[in-house]
Write a protein that binds this ligand. Structure first.
Ligand code: CAA
Length: 259
């Protein structure tokens, strides 16, 4: 079945797929259907050999303005518990291939949390990022208190979560929350460019390297170093390692196969 709230663009650059959130009238508010469609699309692209990197965007006005407030407004705690909307996010988190967020306009609440689930973030100069849930009498529920704090530190995370203050793209860049800020007309193009550069690397090395970086958020330094070393050694079982090193020695561009 065709998804209703996302658009999948295949091969926007070699080995790069692009998923666009597409509920523009609601500023891409993340209702259950949209999140379900996103989860399924990521599962399919994660298994597709023709895809090595995924770009996730909204539109110029909004990456996503958060979880769908209208869908949540009359829910009880038990409704929320039974529906367990954030379990979808756990599946998205398991995507092995790198995901690059292309963010313009609002990335708020769940939108900011979705952005932070991505591995690199290219923002337009108009991007406004934050966790305004406190203004609704709630708090972030999809990782905002944890991923934001790890990214920007306690002082700024507290201010954003407790007052709902939004960051400009420039502030987010200074705080280390995003990778780069570009003129609005270029944000998607730049994200695809970054994705294409990433996709030219060995896909198997990309997955194991992503896994190792993410491990740094979950574990002690000692365990993380151990994990990194195992992934490093594992790559010596890949044809891509042989190709990468041989190409260096022969002074040519490697051709990686993901094997
Ligand atoms: N949920 C549902 N609908 C939303 C929405 C959301 N998060 N954000 C915007 N919309 C809807 C608006 O209700 C409006 O719909 P109607 O035309 O039917 O009235 C439409 O999108 C356009 O929005 P605005 O008219 O409000 O546009 P604006 O440019 O004046 O303001 C905005 C933009 C500042 C982003 C404002 O829409 C806003 O504050 N949105 C809510 C942001 C928010 O609080 N997000 C957190 C949600 S909770 C959450 O995400 C929990 C979690 O941790 C997962």
């Amino acid at each position: 079945m065709q998804p209703e709230y996302i658009i999948i663009h295949q091969q926007v650059a070699p080995y790069v797929a692009h998923i666009q959130l597409n509920r523009p009238k609601e500023l891409n508010a993340l209702n259950l259907q949209l999140m379900g469609e996103l989860r399924e699309a990521l599962k399919v692209l994660d298994a597709d050999e023709q895809v090595r990197v995924i770009v996730l965007s909204g539109n110029e006005k909004a990456f996503a303005a958060g979880a769908d407030i209208k869908q949540m407004a009359d829910k009880t705690a038990i409704d929320m518990f039974n529906v367990d909307q954030f379990s979808t996010w756990d599946t998205i988190k398991k995507t092995k291939k790198p995901i690059i967020a292309a963010v313009s306009g609002f990335a708020l609440g769940g939108g900011c949390e979705l952005m932070m689930l991505c591995d690199m973030i290219v923002a337009s100069e108009t991007a406004r990022l934050g966790q305004p849930e406190i203004k609704l009498g709630i708090m972030p529920g999809a990782g905002g208190t944890q991923r934001l704090t790890r990214a920007v530190g306690k002082a700024l995370a507290m201010e954003m979560v407790l007052t709902g203050r939004l960051l400009t793209a420039e502030e987010a860049l200074q705080a280390g929350l995003i990778n780069r800020v570009v003129p609005t007309e270029l944000y998607l193009q730049e994200a695809i460019k970054l994705a294409a550069a990433t996709a030219s690397m060995s896909p198997v090395a990309l997955k194991l390297a992503k896994e190792a970086v993410l491990k740094a958020f979950e574990t002690s330094l000692e365990e993380g170093l151990h994990f990194e070393r195992k992934n490093f050694y594992l790559l010596f079982a890949s044809e891509d390692q042989q190709e990468g090193m041989q190409a260096f020695i022969e002074k040519r561009t490697p051709v990686f196969k993901g094997k």
